[in-house]
Write a protein that binds this ligand. Structure first.
Ligand code: DGL
Length: 264
């Protein structure tokens, strides 16, 4: 059986690449809902419906485990998928998100935590809720950064700096000591962000954190791991193959990929 990686679009290729680099032996299906991206400003109900459809599609392709690389889907849909959808429909399969593994990378010495993400992620308050469970005394400051995803998807990373400065200003005013990059696309902006926030702010970047958390999860769950086939295969699927697919996917994944179109 395979590992599924789901994202609202192509941004999850950034994390997908990091996961495959860390765990190359497994077989992967990446599914990006490019026909309906972005999810960031959609309602919770819609994000749940779309995520459920995508997870079902991946299960139909023999995925034992699906990683929601998308922060918005992890924030708005994961809990209901785990609590309601899986027990009823696929009790032996697993769906994991990126938010708790990301927060577990913050250590106790850090008190003023800044978070940037899509509007949906920030509005869900999930980062704050989960962080308070881990570190009840931490102060959490969240900032939606809705223009960053479109900029990256348009291959305009070099134009991001003024927007980043604007989004990060209120967080820097709160004297954050940690900044969580709470969106699939933001690892690509890490260097620019470090230049703005300076070396004293610890950056929590999902590509640095999630792959080893997944390896750790598989080590702790041999009943799941032993079901996974190990042929080093990778399949890429999207719900719409638009004109920019080749250049954007190459920029995000680091090399050219072929993708087929699926209907959810
Ligand atoms: N993948 C989304 C996330 O990580 C960003 C793109 C979107 O808004 O759908 O939040």
């Amino acid at each position: 059986m395979k590992i599924g990686i789901f994202d609202s679009g192509l941004g999850g290729l950034v994390l997908g690449r990091a996961i495959i680099q860390k765990l190359p032996q497994y077989d992967y299906v990446y599914l990006g809902d490019t026909a309906r991206v972005p999810y960031g400003n959609r309602s919770k109900e819609t994000i749940y419906e779309f995520t459920k459809q995508a997870v079902t599609k991946l299960f139909e392709q023999n995925c034992q485990l699906v990683v929601l690389a998308c922060n918005t889907a992890s924030a708005q849909a994961l809990r209901k998928i785990q609590k309601v959808f899986l027990p009823k429909n696929f009790p032996n399969r697993r769906v994991l998100g990126v938010i708790i593994p990301t927060l577990e990378a913050i250590d106790s010495g850090h008190k003023n935590i800044g978070i940037i993400g899509t509007l949906g992620t920030v509005k869900s308050k999930i980062y704050e809720l989960e962080l308070k469970k881990l570190w009840p005394k931490a102060k959490v400051f969240e900032q939606a950064a809705p223009l960053l995803v479109p900029l990256i998807e348009n291959n305009e990373l070099d134009k991001a700096e003024p927007f980043l400065r604007e989004y990060l200003k209120p967080l820097l005013a709160k004297k954050i000591d940690t900044l969580v990059l709470g969106c699939t696309h933001y690892p690509l902006l890490k260097n620019q962000i470090v230049n703005i926030v300076g070396p004293k702010v610890k950056i929590i970047c999902q590509t640095d954190v999630v792959p080893s958390k997944l390896a750790n999860y598989l080590a702790r769950h041999p009943e799941i791991e032993k079901k996974l086939s190990k042929k080093h295969s990778q399949i890429f699927e999207v719900t719409d193959l638009n004109q920019d697919f080749l250049s954007v996917s190459k920029m995000l994944f680091g090399k050219s990929i072929n993708s087929k179109v699926v209907i959810l």
